[in-house]
Design a protein around this ligand. Structure first.
Ligand SMILES: [Fe+2]
Ligand SMILES: [Fe+2]
Length: 169
């Protein structure tokens, strides 16, 4: 059994804890995206995932910059919702029996992850502003915009991808 010490007694500590969990989230996403890129059939979807993988690597760097500056160390804290969503995505891809359904499943799983990230980055950006970390807030706002754009791009690809999946098999 793992015992958790209750050591978070102010917003700054909660903020750092959340940023540490986001670092784990982005790291897991950089590990999961290559498989999705490989399985994606639609060239536009492949390109969108590829470019988001590049962005995600930069997002990891931004979080490391914040953590180094704030704590002097990068402490991994496993992000459980992202682990569950990545595992769910792998199940969905395993179950899809043709390329059109695979694309629709990648978009469905991807948008779920983007929405989680949009919520989480909105929160930590607000926390950063309240505790007076304006530079952190600017870095986090940049990532938040990328997550929103990634979600919007997936939405725009989804209508044709879903239509193809509807006509498949
Ligand atoms: Fe991200
Ligand atoms: Fe993302």
């Amino acid at each position: 059994m793992i015992f958790h010490l209750k050591h978070i007694d102010n917003l700054r500590k909660l903020y750092i804890d959340q940023v540490e969990h986001l670092h784990s989230a982005e790291t897991q996403i950089t590990e999961a995206l290559p498989n999705m890129i490989e399985k994606a059939d639609d060239p536009e979807l492949k390109r969108a995932l590829q470019s988001h993988l590049q962005e995600t690597r930069e997002q990891v760097s931004r979080l490391e910059q914040i953590l180094r500056e704030a704590t002097g160390k990068i402490e991994p804290k496993k992000n459980k919702p992202i682990a569950a969503m990545v595992s769910e995505a792998e199940d969905m891809l395993g179950d899809a029996s043709n390329t059109a359904v695979t694309d629709a499943a990648i978009i469905a799983a991807g948008q779920r992850i983007e929405h989680y990230e949009i919520a989480a980055y909105g929160t930590v950006r607000d926390f950063a502003e309240i505790i007076g970390e304006q530079e952190h807030a600017a870095l986090l706002a940049k990532t938040l915009e990328e997550e929103k754009n990634a979600d919007a791009t997936l939405s725009s690809i989804s209508s044709s991808a879903n239509t193809k999946a509807d006509r498949a098999a």
